[in-house]
Design a protein around this ligand. Structure first.
Ligand code: FAD
Length: 461
């Protein structure tokens, strides 16, 4: 089994040859730091709106090296944050509804661009299933459905599937039922980010790789190769943000780990079903997420080691052996037919988590400094919407996107160490114990430990 080497997605697709690094100091109209989905989508829409703009993207490694080339491949319309918190924005509940509507439309926008730009990302819009694998999880799903209805989401947006309805789609051992949300697509993430990077450079954006930005200030991005001066500098570094001066407590780099099976036999797929390629998660507190890949495997992820002291990062995606074993157990428990295929690859990456678990799109017109991120693990579609919004904000064009409630949202800073490390590790210890207790008890009550965890962390439900 391979471990790390960035991700299975890159290993399967092949990393393209390195693009040149910044040749020296220069000027641009817009300088974007980070070539993941946020930076690349922003560059894409800026150039489409104004082909004359000089846009430079600076990437410390290669385009898609970060979470964008390592994720679970869910293009999900799920809100990255809490409805109640976004509703404190002056636009209130209607602003939240607008943000959710735009996120749903974004799934189709990503699909549209894939067709328009000839991006081969194996995109299938099959929706997403949140399955219940214990009575407590099932009770939470039913409460979640009531909550969705109270926000006006009818059966077109979400519905409950009983066990027979779920089984007719996919066989998940121990699952009692599921919530089904049609607005989600599965992709091969490296295919999407590589195709997007090519589309962006085709449009005339200068994308420099192996170019690390060491500091950002008004009008200036510093690198060891020289300075880029631009009236607009956009920080699109999500889970890596803590590495920039002054940003140590802005976004917590939360780790997520994945494994992928070998190709499954026709007999295994016959017993599992899953022909609709829905993405799947469970309703555990330390939840899992999975997709049926375009090349006939199952890729499954979960939390693993949640956070490294001092906002440390992984080494090219290498995963602890205990995490690989834990994800393998979940996989075989939910899909016993995968035992025949074994695991081919494990990897991990960091996503950005703000202290209040709500994402932000920010543009300060006085300094020209902007940023977007903090999607808390729901960034694939959200980064497209954020990129379109940043493009409008930079161009100073008022649009339906620039008044959405995540624009200008300010999250508190994270606690300093060691409180940050102790808090995150304590939280996930609580969640794992709560999941074990709930599975063993066969009761429909959510464990008090999990409720305590939610209260302490502020994780939205
Ligand atoms: C394992 C995993 C699974 C996930 N699964 C899903 C999922 O299924 N669906 C979903 O919606 N979301 C998922 N996410 C989250 C999602 O992938 C991210 O939110 C999203 O990709 C963030 O995109 P980004 O461009 O903001 O950040 P990134 O993709 O992390 O890109 C940031 C880029 O900035 C570069 N960079 C950082 N610092 C500097 C610097 N100083 N100078 C120059 N360049 C720099 C990095 O090298 C990187 O390429 C997952 C994340 C992980 C890690």
């Amino acid at each position: 089994m391979r471990n790390g080497e960035v991700s299975y997605w890159w290993q399967a697709r092949g990393v393209p040859p390195r693009r040149p690094s910044l040749p020296g100091g220069t000027e641009a109209d817009v300088c974007i730091v980070g070539a993941g989905f946020t930076g690349l989508w922003t560059a894409y829409y800026l150039k489409r709106a104004d082909p004359g703009l000089r846009v430079i993207v600076l990437e410390q490694d290669f385009a898609g090296f970060g979470a964008s080339g390592r994720n679970g491949g869910w293009v999900t319309a799920s809100l990255p944050g809490s409805r109640a918190r976004y509703a404190t924005h002056p636009r209130g509940r209607s602003g939240v509804r607008e943000l959710e509507r735009h996120l749903r439309e974004t799934v189709d926008e990503v699909a549209r661009v894939c067709v328009a730009e000839g991006i081969d990302a194996g995109l299938v819009k099959g929706g997403t299933l949140t399955v219940a694998t214990s009575p407590a999880q099932d009770a939470r799903l039913r409460r979640q459905l009531e909550h969705e209805r109270s926000w006006g989401d009818g059966p077109r947006i979400v519905r409950y599937l009983n066990k027979a309805e779920l089984d007719s789609r996919v066989q998940v051992t121990g699952a009692a039922g599921a919530l089904f949300y049609p607005d989600c697509a599965r992709v091969q993430p490296a295919g999407l980010v590589a195709g997007l990077a090519e589309a962006v450079t085709r449009s005339g954006v200068l994308l420099y790789e192996s170019t690390r930005v060491t500091s950002i200030s008004a009008g200036l991005a510093r690198t060891s190769a020289g300075d880029v001066r631009a009236p607009y500098i956009l920080r699109c570094t999500e889970g890596f943000t803590a590495g920039l001066p002054g940003q140590h407590r802005t976004l917590l780099p939360m780790n997520s780990s994945m494994v992928v099976t070998g190709p499954l036999s026709d007999a295994a797929w016959k017993s599992i079903g899953w022909e609709g390629c829905e993405t799947i998660s469970d309703e555990a507190h330390a939840y899992m997420y999975a997709q049926r890949t375009a090349d006939g495997r199952i890729a499954l992820g979960g939390r693993g080691v949640p956070y490294r002291f001092g906002s440390g990062l992984d080494h090219d995606g290498a995963v602890a052996a205990s995490t690989v074993a834990q994800l393998g157990r979940i996989l075989r428990r939910m899909f016993p037919a995968t035992a025949e295929a074994g695991l081919d690859h494990a990897w991990c990456g960091v996503l950005g988590v703000p202290r209040d678990w709500c994402a932000t799109v920010m543009m300060d017109p006085l300094t020209g400094l902007g940023w977007a991120g903090g999607y808390t693990g729901q960034g694939v579609a959200a980064a497209n919407l954020a990129g379109r919004t940043l493009a409008d904000l930079v161009r100073g064009v008022p649009s339906p996107l620039t008044t959405l409630p995540w624009v200008g949202h300010r999250s508190p800073r994270w606690e300093p160490e060691p409180a940050r490390w102790a808090g995150v590790h304590g939280l996930y210890a609580l969640y794992r114990t709560a999941d074990r207790l709930e599975s063993a008890a066969r009761s429909s009550r959510t464990s008090l430990l999990a409720r305590a965890g939610d209260l302490i962390s502020g994780i939205p439900h």
